[in-house]
Design a protein around this ligand. Structure first.
Ligand SMILES: C[S@@+](CC[C@H](N)C(=O)[O-])C[C@H]1O[C@@H](n2cnc3c(N)ncnc32)[C@H](O)[C@@H]1O
Length: 353
């Protein structure tokens, strides 16, 4: 276990005052629920696991508007990967903490924890105390004072903004999404070769699933108003951006659904598009690719096609063996591979979990 988790668990177990715990994907879970703690998180899988352990946990893109100023005595936060998210949550902590309350920040030096702690001190106006937990890991406690502070710039975190465009579409997105401000090169490659992979022109007319949709790039470029389209992701911000971009592209009939790797979706889809994640927060998570492959196998129509794009080093074909009878590495660009999967093997149809 890392050095941050026991420290976080200590705070979660011991607090007897109203506490807000902000979580994203960078947490390990092994503490019994504490009724004093409200949890807000932007990853559906993390929040569902906490709810199953009876935490008061809500899934949203860190929408804290329901809480009044000064509502909490403590805010706990293991810092996120993206700076604007951390800056936004430090500013929100200032609003939500009662005077004399404290913000507890946890993270590694390489993740900027010490800079964040100094920024939080300037924002909250109180006293900062830091402890090295060992290795690279730090815990900082910053108290909230009456004094007006200068909070760090979060680039209007809550707003969607136009980030990029191509020949046909403009896309909105926001910090906190995977590669939030550009079209992913792997995804662009998949769209370029998709008609040839499918031996059919786009837009695809049958049912389409964008598994791990991000801001919706694959769906928007592959489906048309006549397709039955479902887009899914576990990230609350991604779902917001995707819904907006679909509407802008005239795909208002599409469904945008929060799931953990497609777990609560029903088969069958004639086309599944996927650029699977392989990072979970700060770490690489090889199991994620397997989970996405298993979902694709479960959700694909017997005569359907799943098209994946992955980094070249991911052994997708080996992982897919046993799940699909027809596996073709359609192209290898030296950086990305396009893999076409057909004929799902021994498909067991499961209902929503
Ligand atoms: C590599 S990105 C691809 C995004 C988008 N399809 C594109 O092509 O630009 C992978 C996406 O998977 C999502 N994701 C990660 N873990 C997930 C999970 N457990 N369930 C659903 N989606 C997940 C991420 O939020 C991210 O949007």
């Amino acid at each position: 276990m890392d050095l941050l988790t026991p420290e976080l668990n200590h705070y979660l177990r011991s607090t007897q005052r109203p506490t807000l715990w902000l979580v994203d994907e960078n947490i390990q879970l092994d503490t019994a629920a504490n009724p004093q703690v409200h949890v807000i998180g932007n990853r559906l899988d993390v929040i569902e696991r906490l709810q199953a352990q009876h935490w008061q946990a809500q899934f949203s893109d860190f929408d804290l508007s329901a809480y009044a100023e000064g509502h909490f005595a403590q805010v706990l936060y293991r810092v996120s990967k993206e700076k604007p998210v951390v800056h936004y949550l430090i500013s929100e902590a200032k609003r939500l903490l009662a005077t004399g309350g404290s913000l507890i920040l946890l993270g590694d030096k390489g993740e900027g924890i010490r800079t964040y702690a100094r920024k939080a001190e300037a924002c909250l106006g109180g006293v900062r105390q830091e402890r090295k937990l060992g290795g690279d890991s730090w815990c900082a406690e910053i108290t909230a004072a009456y004094a007006p502070g200068t909070c760090p710039e979060h680039q209007d975190y809550t707003a969607l903004r136009q980030v990029c465009s191509d020949q046909h579409h403009q896309y909105v997105s926001k910090p906190g999404l995977f590669g939030w401000n550009k079209v992913d090169r792997g995804s662009a490659l998949l769209i370029e070769h998709l008609p040839a992979m499918l031996e059919a022109p786009l837009p695809f007319r049958g049912s389409v699933l964008d598994l791990g949709c991000g801001f919706g790039y694959l769906a928007i470029n592959a489906a048309g108003p006549e397709s039955r389209l479902v887009c899914t992701d576990n990230n609350a911000a991604a779902l917001q951006a995707c819904r907006y971009n679909l509407n802008q592209a005239g795909l208002n009939g599409a469904e945008v659904i929060a799931t953990n790797a497609g777990d609560r979706l029903q088969p069958d889809f004639e086309l599944i598009l996927c650029n699977p994640p392989f990072h979970s927060g700060f770490s690489v998570d090889g199991d994620l690719t397997d989970r996405f492959l298993h979902s694709a196998q479960r959700l694909l129509a017997v005569n359907g096609t799943a098209c994946f794009v992955v980094n070249q080093h991911i052994p997708l074909e080996r992982k897919a063996a046993g799940l699909f009878a027809d596996i073709v590495t359609y192209m290898d660009s030296g950086q990305f591979k396009l893999v076409r999967l057909r004929q799902p093997i021994n498909r067991q149809t499961r209902g929503p979990s």
